[in-house]
Design a protein around this ligand. Structure first.
Ligand code: FEO
Length: 405
């Protein structure tokens, strides 16, 4: 076991006992450039309770941090707020070796833990149910689809702390445990929202309303990834409300890949038109950007403009990768346009437009498809398309044009 790693005290009764993953760069397809943490929390009540565990390879780190406070064998209860394996990897082993008196999860959580690990001893708790730890009280709130059907929040009444599992988290490895110690965190929180929670935005809106109605006096939000919010609670909640709405904006994102620079030249000309038309413009050549960077940029964008060469009658594979990923994230309130180049056939642009149709993204203008190398006249059409999109974004933002769903 890793020795001498310490817990960090958060409140009178609660310690952070999680693990820091400095090395991870691929979190099921999401490029985690700054690593992550798997947070777990130890509540020292009459019933000693562990909230979540960590990813399996970090078991010794978790045990060491728990051991700096108490003998792990003294854990009475474990609460599993979320069944994904970055939080339950150590659960089967802990149940086997530490033999806690009870393990709790939501109804869907109990089912998921049975299916994942064959765990039959999980006690299902209901939405709104409370659990006495003797001197302390927990309340459970179902948060279905945030991030999995099993997810729930746990609130510790006496310390006014909300254990929010994936919600309000971010992938950020740091030696600092609290949000006010880590400097600028908003871009990592936004990237996390865009890549993990974006498809569930309607549920986020519903959950924020539900929690607000519960009127809990929350002083700390303790997510399962990244820093703990003992400050800026209103800020992160406000950002979640904004990201969930995805209001139309005048920002345009151009995503493209290129084989022999023809599609790249078209991207540059479209960008010029957008900028001339007053649109905030971000260009992501896929040689230099990852699908998860594209998702982060889309979060506050009003237009997605995608370019691809045609390769063997198909869209270029890196572009198909990004579009497949974005399709799953279900961005809303975005208009789209396609462009690309080809040699002897030109299916790439049409296939981009098929993605747009599947994603319910309105095509703001016809796709631009150029054979071999764009001429000056072709590039002028690209620039004009950029201008047209910029004007459309302005009209939508000004409310003079309705946004078509
Ligand atoms: Fe951090 Fe959905 O797991």
């Amino acid at each position: 076991m890793t020795e001498a790693l310490k817990a960090v005290r958060i409140t009178e009764h609660v310690y952070w006992v999680g693990a820091i993953d400095w090395a991870i760069r691929n979190f099921h397809g999401y490029k985690t450039s700054q690593g992550t943490t798997y947070n777990a929390f130890l509540i020292i009540g009459d019933k000693i309770t562990l909230i979540d565990t960590v990813k399996a390879p970090f078991k010794d780190e978790l045990l060491s941090r728990i051991s700096s406070v108490i003998d792990p064998n003294k854990i009475d209860y474990i609460v599993s707020n979320h069944s994904e394996m970055d939080h339950t990897g150590c659960l089967p082993g802990f149940i086997h070796t530490l033999k806690p008196e009870k393990v709790f999860a939501s109804k869907m959580g109990a089912k998921a833990l049975l299916q994942h690990f064959g765990l039959k001893e999980i006690e299902a708790v209901a939405d709104g149910q409370t659990l006495s730890l003797g001197n302390l009280n927990l309340t459970f709130t179902e948060t279905r689809m945030l991030h999995w059907p099993d997810s729930m929040f746990t609130y510790l009444e006496e310390d006014k702390i909300l254990f929010s599992q994936d919600a309000f988290g971010m992938h950020l490895a740091s030696g600092k445990r609290f949000i006010d110690e880590v400097g600028d965190w908003e871009s990592e929180a936004a990237k996390y929202y865009a890549n993990i929670l974006l498809p569930f935005s309607p549920m986020v809106t519903g959950l924020l309303a539900k929690v607000s109605k519960m009127n809990l006096p929350i002083e700390i939000i303790a997510p399962d990834h990244g820093p703990i919010f003992r400050k800026d609670l209103d800020r992160i909640i406000g950002l979640y409300a904004k990201w969930a709405r995805q209001d139309p904006t005048t920002k345009a994102v151009i995503v493209f890949d290129t084989m022999w620079q023809s599609t790249a030249k078209m991207a540059a000309a479209i960008c010029d038109g957008l900028v001339e038309g007053g649109a905030e413009t971000k260009v992501i050549p896929l040689d230099a950007g990852h699908r998860s960077d594209v998702a982060a940029e889309i979060l506050d964008a009003g237009a997605l403009i995608v370019g691809s060469p045609t390769m063997n009658n198909n869209i270029f594979p890196p572009v198909a990768d990004v579009l497949t990923y974005l399709k799953g994230l279900k961005p809303r309130n975005i208009i789209g346009a396609a462009f690309g180049s080809y040699g002897w056939s030109g299916e790439g642009v049409k296939q981009i437009e098929e993605f747009f149709d599947a994603m319910k993204i309105e095509k703001v203008c016809g796709g631009l498809n150029v054979q071999y190398v764009p001429t000056s006249a072709d590039l002028e059409k690209c620039r004009a398309q950029g201008l047209q999109i910029a004007q459309r974004l302005k009209d939508i933002a000004a409310g003079t044009l309705p946004f078509k769903k």
